[in-house]
Write a protein of this length. Structure first.
Length: 121
């Protein structure tokens, strides 16, 4: 069951490599979801968790989906990043300790771009 606040615009997209890594992880672990980390060490790493093993909070914001995987961010972090579009990529390296991309010698990385803001509408 998906809960949390939904954002109307498509705020998260992915490079072609991201769905490939997601498919690899889903084949091993089943359905997954993403939560954008706000921690000091993994701030640019979206965390990938088994969907059944992660409780989405009332203050988590659903930014969109990458394939079938929902992508959330905490409300306080969303306030800081609300004018930013996130692009989920895959790069060489090790994933976060509790993230399902760990141990694959490749990991997810969040890239960003500033989106246009309409003023006075």
């Amino acid at each position: 069951m998906e809960t949390g606040l939904a954002y109307a615009c498509k705020k998260v997209t992915a490079t072609p490599e991201a769905p490939e890594l997601i498919a690899e992880i889903v084949a091993e672990h089943g359905p997954v979801l993403f939560h954008q980390s706000g921690g000091c060490c993994d701030g640019s790493s979206p965390m990938c968790y088994p969907r059944a093993g992660f409780i989405v909070g009332d203050q988590d914001v659903l930014l969109g989906h990458i394939g079938d995987a929902p992508f959330y961010i905490g409300a306080s972090q969303f306030e800081v990043w609300k004018h930013t579009d996130l692009i989920i990529d895959v790069v060489p390296g090790r994933g976060g300790m509790f993230c399902l991309d760990n141990g694959r010698e490749k990991r997810f990385l969040t890239r960003s771009k500033i989106c246009a803001v309409q003023i006075g509408t």
